[in-house]
Design a protein around this ligand. Sequence first.
Ligand SMILES: Cc1ncc(COP(=O)(O)O)c(C=O)c1O
Length: 416
Amino acid sequence: MATSPAMYAELNPLPRLLMGPGPVNADPRVLRAMSAPLLGQFDPQFREYMRETMALYRQVFETRNEWTLVVDGTARSAIEAAMVSVVEPGDRVLVGNFGRFGQLQIEIARRVGAEVRVVEAPWGAVLAPEQVEAALRQHRPKLFAVCQGETSTTMLQPLAELGRLCGRYDALFQVDATASLGGVPLPAEAWGVDCVTAGLQKCLAGPPGAAPLTISDRMADLVFRRRHIEEGLRPAGYRPPATVRIGSNYFDLAMVMDYWGPQGINHHTEATTMLYAARESARIFLAEGATSVFARHALAGRAVAAGVAALGLKVFGDAANRIPHITGVCVPDGVDGERVRARMLSDFGVEIGSAFGPLKGKIWRVGTMGYNARKDAVLVTLAALEAALAAERVTCPRGAGVDAAAAVYRDAERGP
Ligand SMILES: Cc1ncc(COP(=O)(O)O)c(C=O)c1O
């Protein structure tokens, strides 16, 4: 018997204020850019937008690296593209691990066939340079990979010293800045970082689905040595090089770079709408100015921390190394953190994050990133948290969270 096709309602989600660890609400200007008409991937206008996007991200990453582009995929696609393109099976990779996303780098490096070594810090702390130096000296890796902002633990790894160490031990230095690019400084060139990868969905105020990436010339040279033209595009008489072919077609950065570069050799079909989003995210960031954006993120994070402290809650993690714009809040003993989150969502439309691994059920994560690094977003979130706690019979001083956060903003507006 024929069944009629299922028909669903028009997509019309309730509005949400996304104050978790990402994605956050995209800047409306980014969403508007995404509704611009599609163009062919080799339309001169579109190629110009691609070149502009490369130029904009050179400024965001603070680098002159020629190979600064956007990988089509979520943030991990750029991590994977960089690793699979530069690391050959059997190469040694050292990963600095202090949370879930360090573990992601370990997993990706293993899948690529690397001989993986790990230097670790507990969840809630970061790596000490001496630790990293000892591991670099012992293992002599081809590449050292670490997160700048470890979203799972809300910790921020200082990088400048690690860049110097990688230079001293001749290791390529790869940084996952998904949770930090656009929220805190990351001058790739000055800090000796060979590869930085990110996503749009946090401090860059865009949606998930595009992964900005920059790689240094020396890393690009290693990738290009493995350049093998795709089989269906090879000219007559082509002889592939004797190097190990990159083990992924989609993430073959040599082919991706040939596509983005002046030759425009066909590879994937660039995700037109995400390119528009990535371009607009970078444009908005640079138009406001990095200093102002970083200050806005730090201020919002300070206001959240003051607010939760005034509610009698504890902020999680080593205070000296917290990501300014993602605050870990300890769930009070005896409170069901998931019920609090669910009530904030159902009663206020406010989403905050839970946590993974050893921190599951122990902390909430409150993000104040990108478009949501704003006073009104912070105050609404604290009001919702207070009300949800009250409903769980946690006694906290009514109104104190909002008052304390508002005072942080007042002081900042007054200036020094
Ligand atoms: C630090 C970090 N790295 C990598 C990822 C993976 O990003 P995506 O989910 O966009 O692939 C995330 C996601 O939240 C992240 O926070």
